[in-house]
Design a protein. Structure first.
Length: 153
């Protein structure tokens, strides 16, 4: 493994670990499907989220959306560098739902850089790295509406 690949693997592992820590705070009494997400910013800071279910099921929010909305509330959407999601049941690696893929695409286009998405189970070493474009091909996003980056000058 090269030095860069090794550093990238450490970053991915730390991000998955943070997602798993957030998973412990999931409010998922209806599905029992706890998920955590972690977003790494360009300065190395990590922002997390957990799924937040509601008795009115359709109002429930996924961990990835909670984490990215938190990043946005901190004015850091343009600084997103990578995303991790972990959780679920039966040891299977979790994947973002369709809405979260669209939310990730929004973040990717506003950040102006490809975002790796590290997906993992609730525990274990296995992890899959996806790109947002692989998760959501032919996506519609801010660029299609003439909106590009929010990068600070
Ligand atoms: Zn989702």
């Amino acid at each position: 493994m090269t030095k860069n690949a090794s550093a990238k693997a450490l970053v991915a592992k730390a991000l998955v670990d943070a997602a798993r820590e957030a998973m412990a705070h999931a409010h998922a009494p209806y599905s029992g499907f706890a998920v955590g997400a972690a977003v790494r910013l360009t300065d190395g800071r990590i922002v997390t989220g957990a799924n937040f279910e509601n008795a009115s099921y359709g109002l429930s929010l996924c961990a990835e959306t909670v984490a990215l909305a938190t990043v946005n509330s901190q004015g850091r959407l343009a600084d997103v560098e990578a995303i991790a999601v972990a959780g679920g049941a039966d040891g299977a690696i979790v994947a973002p739902c369709g809405r979260c893929r669209q939310v990730m695409h929004e973040a990717e286009q506003i950040a102006g850089r490809p975002l790796p998405v590290y997906c993992a189970a609730a525990s274990g070493e296995a992890m899959i790295e996806h790109s947002v474009s692989a998760l959501l091909p032919y996506a519609f996003g801010p660029v299609d509406l003439g909106v590009t980056t929010k990068k600070r000058s």
